[in-house]
Structures are given as C-alpha cells and as structure tokens.
Ligand binder design. Sequence first.
Ligand code: CUA
Length: 342
Amino acid sequence: MAAPDRGAKWLRLCALLLGLLPLVLLLGCTLEQYPQSAMHPRSDYAIWLQDLLEGLVFWVVLIFVLVEGALIVAVIRFRARPGMPDPKPVHGHTGLEIAWTIAPALILAAVAVPTVATVFKTQSKAPAGALQVEVIGHQWWWEFRYPEYQITTANELHVPVGRTVSVSLATADVIHSFWFPAMGGKRDVVPARTNHMWFTPNSTGEFPGQCAELCGISHANMRMKLFVRTPEEFDAWVVAQRAGPAEPDTLSTEARGKQVFMTAGCVACHTINGVSNGVLGPNLTHVGGRSTIAAALFDNTPHELGKWIADPPARKPGTSMLKLPMSPDQLADLVAYLTSLK
Ligand code: CUA
C-alpha cells in the first residue's frame, strides 16, 4: 500500500504549490515592471475601483475559507466507518432552509451595495473647473483636443496633477475603448454618441494606456501615453503647444524637409498649424516634442521616424498612412524637419 500513499502525497504537494503560484507571481508585480497594471491606482477613480476590488476579494476569500473549511471538517468527521449507522437525513429542516437562503442574500447584498455605489460614483458628472479634453478614437491612434487652450495633439495626453480631467469620448470610425489603467476603468468610445469619464491624477509620472476594445487589425498597436505634470510644467507645455510650428532657416536641411512635406503628399492627411490642413492623420505641429510616434508604438527618434515614414504598413498593419515615394535624401530631410517641430 506504500505506492498509492506516496502518489497521494505528491498530488497534495503539487496542488499546494500550484495554489501558491499566483501569490508568488503577484508578489513580483511592481509599477515599474508592469506600468500598465490596474493594481497601482494613481487617481481617485482608480482608487475607488481598487477599494471595491479589495472589498470583494475579502468577501470571496472569507466565503471560500468558511465553505471549504466546513467541507473538509464534514469529509473527515463524518466519513463512513465500519459499523456506523446511516446518517440522519436533514431534508425539510426549516432552520437550515432559512439559513442557506438568507446567508447568500446577505452576501449578495454585501457585494451589490458597494458595487452599485461605485458605478454611480464613476458615472457622475465631473466637478466644476475640470480640465476638458476631447478624445477622438481613430483606427489606430488617439486624437486629443483641449478646447480651453485650442490645442490639438495626438497619442500623448498631458494633464496637471491634482486637477480633475473631464474626458469626452468620440470616434471617427469604429468602437474603441479609452483606458489608462493607472487612472481608472475602461470606457468605450462608440460611434454616433459621446461618452464621458473623469479622473483626478494624484501623482506625477508617465503612464501607458491602450485601446481596450478590438477595433481591427492594429488594435494592439493603438496605444497612448499620459503625462501627469506639476501645474507649472503643464502650463509651460500649454504655452509651447499654443505657439506656431518651428520655421526652418532658409536653405537648411529642415527647409528642404518642409518642401518634401508640402509636395510628397503628407499635407493631404496631416495638419501643421499655418502650413497644412489635413485631418485624416495626427496633427504634427509639435510632433518633434513627442516622446513616441505611431500611437506610442515607437520611440520618437530620427531613426525610428525614418523607418516609420519609409514604410508605414510594414510597421503597423492596416494603417491608413501611405508609403509615399521619396528618395533617401528626401526622407532624411523630412525627418529633420519633423524632428525640428518641438
Ligand atoms: Cu481602437 Cu482597439
């Protein structure tokens, strides 16, 4: 009888290790390692979700321990032994029937009350004085407009710490979903209607975001970045964004690049304030000042920018940005011009 015993022991050990695995994995989670984790709230909205989750997990764990504990006790204490009489049936026991009807009802209430309260809180109207941002989802990039400052930018959202950001969500094409995990829950961006959400960032930093609704072949490539800055830094950013685009010196590489921009076809889709009026692609007035390109897919370096412009569909499947014919020299000039647009 030694062999089956050893087998059962191994099975129990494996089950225990397997059960501990998620805990061990979770212990390793930090914001630095997993910046897109929803477990590191950095706004009021995200903290409400975290509190709700922790409350629910508490009840779930408590119920699990009580139920499994009772089960284990029953299995061990009441297991069949030789010579034992049949157990007394409890069918029709009024006290038990009432208890196991009321207990789940109380548990459901304990889950439902905070959940519904959080739903109402996160769907309420933004407080007065919030920073208004219009978000427009495109396949596959994000447009951000600040009506208060007449700024239009793309993929990188700048906000001041401590001020509520009130976001209106619209789409130019299909359904997307706006999600900065550190700032709160996902909110869908739906055709023919405008959704709203708001959050108040509580600490400065850079936070990644991601479209969270399958919206086509480059859904996974529809990323964005949030920059939470001090109010002074944000004001400086606003001043810089409101300024016109950098104007290259005559006969410079950048001036030749601007010529390429005007003639190669870029102007059909892109706006540079005072230079062109395309609306299909991101506004490039200050593209050189962004940290990333192509919806936060690549770092904004001359090398990456050159590779991106040389063949957009190869780097981002399905993108409507065309591969425009231009010589290597023209490409280098264009990259120099765009990079100069800080
Ligand atoms: Cu937009 Cu997924």
